[in-house]
Ligand binder design. Structure first.
Ligand code: ME8
Length: 532
């Protein structure tokens, strides 16, 4: 393990105020695809997800259910584990901020921040949105109220729900001291924030001036105590952001080697609503304690749901009450179809409109009619013409020119360039080009006609071998998106040992097919969906 390069990727840790919905699943699958892809590229991957359990929002939700916050979190945590398991999420760790490792890490953070001189006590008097767990300045609130014509009622600039006035003694983090350093970071590492347009947003925000932020609360107690002031608990975001470092050993002397090897993370994948926390506050916190900064923060867009009654699209969220349960989509598309649809039809950096009609269209076009059909026709022909086996391959068969080999050559490099930037739609297009070409190749080469002429046996062998080889390569490339289907396709060609490859480039080199081995026809991988 030690000689492989480390690749560390994280999802946000989700609030435990309701069961996971499509939006949280979306972000988690985005990371899972990257984690699987990087493992296949030979990296030693750590993939972290988890739960954000502290704060006023969770405390209030627990009270509404007549439970203690800890009992509430414990009761909901299994729903997250279950859905991640169902969706084939391959996380290596699952952190909960109420765990001792997080409490130790946050305690260490406070002490180091204080020693470094970036923490001071003052009083906070201002606006707070509990559902968003976010402070807002008078200017931000006034601007939003004016835009929304709220006539005296102060609403959250982000989510539009009523703000609360918070007036309390608080510890402050000197965020203002990091303005120039953050701007220098953005200059030196323009892809610290991805995609580019989010980088510009973050920069504009920082250029407009940074204020110190309140990082402790006294008006409720569901949080990690401030080690040198027991009246205070840690502001939930100050606690939550640190989870990424905690999971690889921050604050744990026994994990110093692991921390040195794993930190900093390569990718934090987050929704666009929480980029200021991740691209401004989090790097400033790390700068304050002299620690290394993550390489990339990738901001994805929102999944928007169309309201059939009004025709309006709105962000889907637990708090707005319009969340769709992942299970509904699983029932329609199956887990693999679900993963494929969200990863390849919604451009990750942008907002994605969701509709059942579109899901069905993509599933039928790409999976039932193209990929599934290609696999089934090719395996059937192989079984039929070669006595239940793959053809026996002539020496040097892989060197012969053919249209599929032309496309397959260099495909891993093209695919990897997209995958590395989470450009999954473009990566899918590379694969689908090959799948479509293979379906055309069947029509053009007419293996059923060739099979009728014993004098053309070599030609038939080459056609079927080219098709099976194409399937083999596509199965590898699709594996991060649809791991079980790819493993099944390889298994049907007696190549199950290849399913867990750690060298994608070698696995996708033309010519890896095994000749004369058993072929299983199997059931349709993606039965067509009827229109609803
Ligand atoms: O923000 N489409 O947790 P959270 C896509 N605990 N993504 C969506 C979405 C939608 N409709 N709705 C929500 C928190 N999300 C904090 C994170 S990390 C140190 C702390 C995404 O449960 C949202 O953008 O409210 C965010 O990235 C994630 O779900 C977690 O939301």
């Amino acid at each position: 393990m030690a000689d492989k390069p480390s690749f560390y990727i994280t999802t946000p840790i989700y609030y435990v105020n309701a069961a996971p919905h499509l939006g949280t699943a979306y972000c988690t699958i985005l990371c899972d695809v990257m984690a699987r892809y990087k493992r296949a590229m030979g990296y030693d991957v750590k993939f972290l997800t988890g739960l954000d359990e502290h704060g006023e929002k969770v405390q209030r939700t627990a009270e509404e259910h007549d439970m203690t916050p800890q009992a509430w979190c414990d009761s909901l945590a299994p729903a997250f584990h279950d859905i991640w398991h169902t969706l084939e999420i391959s996380n290596d760790d699952f952190i909960r901020t109420t765990e001792p490792r997080q409490i130790a890490a946050v305690t260490e953070l406070w002490n180091r921040m204080k020693d470094a001189g970036y923490i001071y006590k003052d009083s906070y008097d201002g606006w707070y949105c509990v559902p968003e767990e976010t402070y807002f300045t008078e200017t931000q609130v006034a601007k939003a109220d004016e835009e929304r014509h709220t006539e005296g009622q102060h609403l959250c600039p982000d989510c539009g729900r009523p703000l609360e006035r918070v007036k309390e003694e608080s510890w402050f983090f000197k965020l203002s001291a990091f303005q120039d350093k953050l701007l220098a970071l953005y200059d030196e590492h323009p892809d610290f924030v991805m995609p580019d347009f989010r980088m510009r947003e973050v920069r504009t925000f920082v250029e407009s001036g940074l204020k110190d932020i309140s990082v402790s609360r006294t008006s409720f107690d569901w949080g990690i105590p401030v080690p040198f002031d027991d009246k205070h608990v840690t502001y939930v975001w100050f606690d939550a952001l640190l989870n990424y470092a905690t999971a690889v050993g921050f604050g744990n002397p026994d994990m110093a080697d692991e921390y040195a090897r794993r930190w900093p993370a390569q990718f934090h994948v987050v929704g666009k609503d929480i980029i200021r926390f991740h691209c401004v506050i989090w790097p400033a916190m790390l700068m304050a304690i002299g620690d290394a900064l993550p390489e990339h923060v990738f901001a994805h867009g929102f999944l928007m749901v169309r309201d059939d009654a009004t025709g309006q699209t709105r962000k889907m969220s637990k708090s707005l009450g319009n969340a769709i349960a992942p299970q509904d989509v699983i029932d329609l598309l199956g887990v693999e179809g679900y993963r494929y649809y969200f990863m390849t039809d919604c451009v990750p950096g942008e907002d994605g409109g969701i509709s059942y009609g579109r899901m069905e269209q993509v599933y039928n076009a790409d999976l039932a009619n193209s990929w599934g059909n290609l696999v089934s026709r090719s395996l059937n022909m192989s079984a039929k013409y070669f006595d239940g086996k793959t053809p026996t391959l002539a020496d040097g068969w892989a060197d012969a020119a053919n249209p599929l080999k032309d496309i397959a050559e260099g495909i891993v490099e093209r695919y990897a360039a997209h995958m590395d930037r989470i450009a999954y739609v473009a990566a899918k297009d590379e694969i689908m080009e090959l799948v479509h070409a293979a379906n055309h190749y069947i029509e053009d080469s007419m293996p059923w006609a060739v099979a009728k002429d014993p004098a053309r046996a070599d030609e038939l062998t080459a056609i079927i071998a080219n098709l099976l080889e194409t399937i083999r390569i596509c199965a590898h490339l699709l594996s991060p998106f649809m791991p079980s289907t790819s493993a099944e396709v390889l298994r049907r060609m007696s190549l199950e040992g290849e399913a867990d490859t750690r060298d994608l480039a070698a696995a996708c080199a033309w010519g890896g097919l095994k000749g004369g081995v058993e072929v299983t026809k199997g059931d349709a991988l993606f039965p067509r969906l009827g229109s609803k």
